[in-house]
Design a protein around this ligand. Sequence first.
Ligand code: V47
Length: 359
Amino acid sequence: MNELDRVREKVESGDKIDFDNAKIILESDNLLEIGEMARSIKIKKTGKKVYFVFNKHINYTNLCVSKCKFCAFYRNGDEPDAYTMETNQVVDEISKMPEGIKEVHIVGGLHPTKPFSYYIEMVRAIKTNFPDVDVKAFTAVEIDYFSKISGLSYEEVLKELKKAGLDSMPGGGAEVFSERVRRKLYPNKIGFDKWSQVHAIAHRLGIPTNATLLFGHVETDDEIIDHLFKLRKLQDEHPGFLCFIPLSFHPANTPLEGKFEKVDAVRELKILALSRIILDNFPHIKAYWVMLSPKVGQIGLHFGADDIDGTIGEERVTHAAGAESPLGLAKEYMVNMIKNTGFTPVERDALYNEIEVFN
Ligand code: V47
């Protein structure tokens, strides 16, 4: 029995893997065995179901004071394509969507001048106009920024947003929880301590959240594994994460263009599978088709993912960085995309309540 087989035995008997086991997985080139291990966990958790959501992404501004080196989306304010949406424009965008939309996913840059009331009004206006749509909005990085601009604590910011209609929070802004990488690529952004505080408080207040990892740049294997173990511990101590989404770095148009190639599908599938194996206390793992491409996203469903995100509408952050995937996918396309993998498509809302099963 080789060392990967021994890790597989551990996984299949339901034991938690440790750091060394994770290294064996990441260093192995037996991709299919790694996929099998992850898929067995996925099947235990969600059977043949694969979730998707009829949603729309709204990126309300590309002005940002953080200026992360991996980002192609941000602008300083004086460029011709710098923009900020007012609340009525956000509401207009959502009303252009066909009937039946279940989630709006709202994230944006850290705007230099907008007050906290702008964000509260945005959430309140969406909830008032579209009471049946879940508002999944603002990363921990934005919550930290709102706390700075308002003088309120994280808890007060989150309570205000919840009162206005916030249902859940996306998992962005986590990047890699390594101080070494943070100092190099996103020194103006919060690190693990604050990111985890925001999520722990959100969970306590009944706001479920997601978590992400941005990989494929300067990070090491150890830093990836450490990131995943930090999240597993956080979920044990402060449960409330719904889903984990590994995001592969897209270098085009970023300050890092030319220094890194986009990682290949093998690496994407391995990290997806490793996430499913380590994060055994996360209900869902997402193969985010926008970053993976719809084709690799489909294969990802056989590597431990049970969710493929949604129709998106029009995504700007990854497309600014050269994503070649379509801007959005129709609902029928998503259903067929999942069906063709042999899994059963299930339409969900932001909180994973099932809307329709497509047998
Ligand atoms: O935090 C930014 C990443 C994230 C690039 O919670 C980039 O359901 C690759 O978090 N190449 C935002 N990635 C997106 C995000 C997300 C997406 C889908 C679903 C959910 C969810 C969350 O995008 C950022 C950053 O890590 N990002 N620039 C880039 N050039």
